[in-house]
Write a protein of this length. Sequence first.
Length: 371
Amino acid sequence: MAFSFDEYLDLYRHSEYGNGIDSDENCYTPLLKVDCLYYDIDDMKQLLINNQNFVYSQVHINIRSLPAKYDQLKTMISELDNLGINMDFIMLCETFLNETNMNIYQIAGYQFVCNNRLRGKGGGVAMYIKDKFHVVQRTDLTVNHGTEFESIFVEASYNDETLIVGEIYRIPGSNESVSIKRYESILRSLTNFKGTVMIGTDQNFNYLNVERHDKTLELLNLFISSGFFPTITIPTRITHESSSLIDNIYVKLNTKHEVVSGAITADISDHLPIFNLIGRQPLKRSENKYIKTRKLNDGAIQSIKQCLDLCDWFHILNEMSAENAHKYFIALITKALDQFAPEKTLKIKPQNIIRQPWMTPELLELSRTKY
């Protein structure tokens, strides 16, 4: 059975892995508080009305030349600041920086780190990180291969909490199998890290084609099986001829928080800026569902039948009004049911609650083995 990207994530959310602590017992899978939506910057103030504060916030964009888009980027960040949305991490790819201009494009209140393409034009990855964080570059996590695959990672500490933030750019046309191995190498290196991890990426694997392209599904499975969840579910690059979902921000949390995500309709690049906001308040765990049930086995049915056979139905049908006869019958069969098949309360755990018409018990079982 082939699933669309949304159906695949929905299946995952409703499995035991999507409703609690993941199998390695070190991370939680975030649930999106709202659908991933498009936002004008002015519309984003609604996010603060519903969510008083966030523990972390980040934005990713394939900027296609930071020197050319520097003023537009600063304007967008300033507009978000004015709304009260202060991005902790601004993750960029295709910066087009080099050794001569890499220190020019600073933003007040942020630290700047970058990895530039060493050969050829274009490329490059970078991050702006709020000054409140103590930052150490994690060169051990960085994987760079010329004009094929570029990345940068930092370890950021604040208020006794340490998290890892990364930005990855997979160059279009690169060998798909090799690129997946690059991602796998990075995710494997993060296996033993117990804190929050956030990875922004232009992966150039289109999740809208996940049911038709094996390598795209392989990448999605790789992230999910490593405890990372993609927070962007809508197209991020839109032209007159096509739309594709090739940018994402993956998160791996050590506590279960609400995550609000979306794309900003800002005309900075041919890729939309994407963001997520991680809520300060932990999510409440899904509650058990309780239903009433009776155990109607063959023995109970036979006993109820014998009880009803003892009744003088001829007298009832001839002497009682239809209304009174009906009431008598209901009272009699209820008494028999309570005696031979007493009502019991059955508890259904969250992972066994079927939330969609297509969520069959078989699919739930498959999701538990991360099918």
